[in-house]
Design a protein around this ligand. Structure first.
Ligand code: PLP
Length: 409
C-alpha cells in the first residue's frame, strides 16, 4: 500500500460534527455521495474566481477559455471511461437524468405496446420509475429479473426474462443497497443474444474504477459526478455515437440546434443535441478534475484501500451477535458497502445513535424498495466506504455499534 494518505486531500474529513465540541467525523455514507478533494474544490473555486463565462459562441477571451475547459473535461472523461469519441459523452445532471433521457428519447421514440424491458429486483428507483412511467404511457412491459437470497443475479434466471419481445435490458453494475458487483459483461452478452439494447447504471460502479465502456459492450452507461469525488448536478450519459445521433432531442432550447426558422428547427449531433441550454459548466470542469485526481492516486491503489477496509469491517461486524449482513458473503463479489440489520435495533435507531458518535451511515430503503420487499424488511443500516476511509474508521464504527447494543440489548 502506498504511504500517501489520501485523507489529507479531503478537508471535510478533519472536521468535528454534532453539538458542543462535536466528535471527529467518520464518514461512511459514500454510496450516497462522496466527499470532495481539494483539487476539485480549488478547480471549481478558480473557475468562478477567474474563469467564469458562458460557453460556445462567445468571441471574448473568457468565453473561449471556458469553452476549451468544458471541452477538455469531456475529452478527459471520454478517455477515462474508454469511450470511442468525446461526442459519446453527454453531460447531464446525473444518473437519474441520464436514464430518463434514454427512456424518453430512445425507448419513448421507438418502442411499441407489448415490447419488453428487462430490469432487476436490485435496481435503484432511478432505474425503475422511468421504465414504469414508460410502461404506463406506451404499454411496454417490465420483466423483473430476480435476485438470489445472497443478493446476486443468477444468470439463468436473468436469461429466462428475455424473449423475442425484449427490446432493452437496464440494470445496475453494482447494487447501491448491498454492494453486489453484477456480472455486467455476461448480462450484456445475454441481452445481445436476444437482440436487445442495453443500458448499464454505473452510479456505483464508476466510483470503484469499473468503467470501461468499450469492454462492457453496452449501448448506454449512466453515472453521477458526485459519487466519484466530483461536484453535484453533473453526470454523464455515455452512448454509442450512432445510437445517440439517431435519437431525437430530449429537451429543446439553445445550443442544441443547427438552425431555427419560423417554419422548423434542425438539430446538432450528439452531444450538443442533448445539452439544451447553458450546461453545468463548472460541474463538468470539476468532474474532469475529479478524474484527474483519481488517476493521480491510481485505481489499483483505490481498490486496494477499499478492499482492505471492507475485509476488516466485515470481519469485525461478523464478531457481533445479532447482526445480519445482507448481500454476497464473499467480499470479492462486492464493493465496500456493508448493509446490515440488528435483531435488537431498527436501522434508523442505529443511524441515530451512530450519529451522536460522529459516525455518518445511511439507514432506510436506499431507494431500492422492491429489493427490501424481497427481503421482507423496511430497510437496513448501510456503511459505505471510500478509499479515504481506514481501519480507525471501522474501529469507531464498532465502538458505536457496541453503544447501540448497550442501549437496545
Ligand atoms: N443508481 C444507483 C445504483 C444509485 O446508487 C443512485 C444513487 O444513489 C442512482 C442511480 C441515482 O443517482 P443520482 O441521484 O445521482 O441521479
Amino acid at each position: 500500500m502506498s504511504d500517501r494518505d489520501p485523507r489529507s486531500d479531503f478537508p471535510i474529513l478533519a472536521r468535528r460534527v454534532g453539538s458542543g465540541e462535536g466528535k471527529p467525523l467518520v464518514y461512511l455514507d459514500n454510496a450516497a455521495t462522496t466527499q470532495k478533494p481539494i483539487h476539485v474544490i480549488e478547480t471549481v473555486d478558480r473557475f468562478y474566481r477567474q474563469e467564469n463565462a458562458n460557453i460556445h459562441r462567445g468571441v471574448h477571451y473568457l468565453s473561449m477559455n471556458a469553452t476549451d475547459a468544458y471541452d477538455r473535461a469531456r475529452e478527459r472523461i471520454a478517455e477515462t471511461i474508454g469511450a470511442a469519441h468525446p461526442a459519446e459523452v453527454v453531460f447531464v445532471r446525473g444518473t437519474t437524468e441520464a436514464i430518463n433521457l434514454v427512456a424518453s428519447s430512445f425507448a419513448g421514440d421507438r418502442f411499441q405496446p407489448g415490447d419488453e424491458i428487462v430490469i432487476t429486483r436490485m435496481e435503484h428507483h432511478a432505474n425503475i420509475v422511468p421504465w414504469q412511467l414508460l410502461a404506463q404511457k406506451l404499454g411496454v412491459v417490465l420483466k423483473w429479473a430476480p435476485v438470489t437470497d445472497s443478493g446476486e443475479i443468477d444468470l439463468d434466471a436473468f436469461r429466462a426474462c428475455f424473449s423475442e419481445e425484449t427490446k432493452l435490458a437496464a440494470f445496475t453494475q453494482v447494487s447501491n443497497a448491498l454492494g453486489t458487483i453484477n456480472p455486467a459483461k455476461e448480462m450484456v452478452a445475454i441481452a445481445r443474444e436476444f437482440g436487445a439494447h442495453v443500458l448499464v447504471d454505473g452510479a456505483q460502479g464508476v466510483a470503484h474504477g469499473m468503467v470501461n465502456v468499450a469492454d462492457l459492450g453496452a449501448d448506454f452507461y449512466a453515472f453521477s459526478g458526485h459519487k466519484v469525488v466530483g461536484p453535484d448536478g453533473i453526470g454523464v450519459l455515455w452512448g454509442r455515437r450512432e445510437l445517440l445521433d439517431s435519437m431525437p432531442p430530449y429537451q429543446g432550447g439553445g445550443d442544441m440546434i443547427a438552425r431555427v426558422s419560423v417554419e422548423k428547427t434542425t438539430f446538432r449531433d450528439s452531444p450538443e443535441r442533448f445539452e439544451a441550454g447553458t450546461p453545468n459548466i463548472s460541474g463538468a470542469i470539476g468532474l474532469g478534475a475529479a478524474f484527474d485526481y483519481l488517476a493521480g492516486l491510481g485505481w489499483d491503489e483505490i481498490r486496494r484501500r477499499e478492499q482492505d477496509v471492507l475485509d476488516y469491517a466485515t470481519e469485525r461486524l461478523g464478531e457481533i451477535e445479532g447482526i445480519r449482513i445482507l448481500g454476497p458473503a464473499d467480499t470479492r463479489g462486492k464493493v465496500a458497502v456493508i448493509s446490515f440489520t440488528m435483531d435488537s435495533a431498527h436501522p434508523h435507531d442505529i443511524g441515530t445513535i451512530l450519529d451522536t458518535e460522529g459516525i455518518a451511515i445511511r439507514a432506510g430503503h436506499h431507494c431500492a424498495q422492491p429489493l427490501m420487499d424481497f427481503y421482507q424488511i423496511a430497510g437496513t443500516a448501510r456503511a459505505s466506504f471510500a478509499f479515504y476511509n481506514n481501519r480507525d474508521d471501522v474501529d469507531r464504527l464498532m465502538d458505536g455499534i457496541a453503544k447501540v447494543k448497550k442501549f437496545f440489548g
